[in-house]
Design a protein around this ligand. Sequence first.
Ligand SMILES: [Zn+2]
Length: 276
Amino acid sequence: MVLMVTHSEALMQRKQRPSGDISTVLASLRQVSRDFMSVREQRYGSFEFNGDSYDLPVFVFSGSSPRSSDSIRLGIFATIHGDEPEGAYSLASFFAELAQNPELAIGYEIRAYPLVNPTGFEDGTRHSRRGKDLNREFWLSSVEPEVISIEDELWRHHFDGLIALHSDDTSEGLYGFVQGPDLSKELLLPALAAAEQFLPRNEQRIIDGFPANRGLIQQGYKGVLAAPPQARHVPFDLVLETPQNAPVDLQVRANVAALKSILAEYRNLQSYAPNI
Ligand SMILES: [Zn+2]
């Protein structure tokens, strides 16, 4: 007898990753927030699905600043696709490094969202348990609670910069997307160069269906996480993609190097052109 496997079952078998445990993925970040006063955990939302309730955690790093109203505000978002937790691991390592070397982040307030899609993470799937690709839902009147909660945060905090961390199992190397002002490109290129200490760059001319130049893509999908379309203050906006089949610790080190580069470069650019 021939064993029949339907197309969707085959797809499930290929894409399904081992299910994830939320407390395990957050453990390192929680340890950093216990060890260092400069990092604290908050909750930016919660929702229920079939009787299970989910808290949405954000970890806030405050670098010392002359006046807190002068802080540069960054939002970093990870695990929007539930099967890409490498970004969450990277945030733990990034915050541990900033907490131990506060001079790296003087003047910054960084809000890190490690688990934008907790049900997808638990299920090991790109989509949320409601079957949505959350990164195609932004600013399109979505009713998905995960998206509404992040949209609230994007309105409330008037970020100067947005960074989304993704990992791509179809890419052999690092690449990224930019949106928003030209400044985004000036930040992404050195960030990729810094990350290249650990992993190669994707040098293909077409990546993910988009024209690319040295790993930089200047187009994107409709509905990706981005600043509110009507916002007067337009932040820089980057997406960093690591090659997901590479060892996780190298993806983490590449992301941390890229993020540190962005902190240094942005501060540098601000000191030349404070109103950029
Ligand atoms: Zn992704």
